[in-house]
Write a protein that binds this ligand. Structure first.
Ligand SMILES: Nc1ncnc2c1ncn2[C@@H]1O[C@H](COP(=O)(O)OP(=O)(O)OP(=O)(O)O)[C@@H](O)[C@H]1O
Ligand SMILES: [Mg+2]
Length: 221
């Protein structure tokens, strides 16, 4: 079993969207649980709008102090959505203490970058947890945006990132209200691109895990 934390102390970068959609893609072939430890409960609201149709198991309002017990559960992957707050690091610390892997969404907005780098340096690297930056809300109509941000992460920040990026689509912004996850979007060309993005991130995750020696936390599972 692997516990994946979606982290970003800056609000609105796409943690909840990534949690729900990566979970949906992975649930096609494995047992997936999504856990919401965010007091804002965005994932919970989304799940309520979805009703019975979510393709994975969902646990609302989980107390961060109970996270260690997740290991006892029978799932292949557990995604933990975390709050976007710079002040309260208690929840973040509790999640990172159990996480095997961290995904950090990053938007092409320069002011988001320092917060992400700080989170990595102060909380993730000291714990030795493998992580990847995920470029999200990339607008392909803006020439050069993707390339500039890939260069910034690779050569400027020198941080590991998913080769796949998440494009900016209105369907993602509407999804929490309709309760849909990406695998349930209506069949249009743009939506097939949206599915492609998350599917390829999931494939990269599996490839990383296939080539990686289990950490002590994972070996316990
Ligand atoms: N790829 C995308 N394309 C378009 N809209 C997106 C995309 N990803 C996220 N959004 C929208 O951006 C907003 C913020 O996304 P989300 O709620 O996933 O971020 P978050 O990091 O969980 O925020 P918070 O820190 O408040 O929990 C939402 O309205 C969401 O629908
Ligand atoms: Mg959120």
């Amino acid at each position: 079993m692997r516990i994946v934390a979606l982290v970003g102390q800056k609000g609105g970068v796409g943690k909840t969207t990534t949690t729900m959609n990566l979970a949906a893609v992975m649930a096609k072939h494995s047992r997936v649980l999504v856990v919401d430890v965010d007091p804002q409960q965005s994932t919970t609201w989304w799940a309520e709008n979805a009703g019975e149709s979510l393709p994975f198991t969902f646990a609302a309002d989980v107390d961060p102090s109970n996270l260690a017990r997740l290991r006892e559960l029978d799932f292949d992957t557990i995604f933990v959505d975390t709050p976007g707050s710079l002040e309260d690091t208690r929840v973040l610390s509790a999640v990172l203490d159990v996480a095997d892997f961290v995904v950090l969404p990053l938007n092409p907005e320069p002011l988001n970058t320092p917060a992400m780098v700080r989170t990595i340096r102060q909380h993730i690297e000291p714990r030795g947890i493998p992580f990847r930056v995920l470029l999200s809300k990339i607008d392909r109509r803006r020439a050069g945006q993707l390339e500039d941000w890939e260069r910034l992460v690779d050569d400027g920040l020198k941080l590991p990132r998913f080769k796949q990026y998440i494009r900016l689509y209105a369907a993602h912004a509407d999804a929490p209200l309709t309760g849909r996850v990406v695998t349930q979007y209506p069949d249009t060309r743009q939506n097939s691109n949206a599915i492609f993005d998350y599917t390829h991130v999931a494939m990269e995750l599996m490839a990383i895990w296939a080539n990686h020696t289990p950490t002590p936390k994972e070996a316990k599972a």
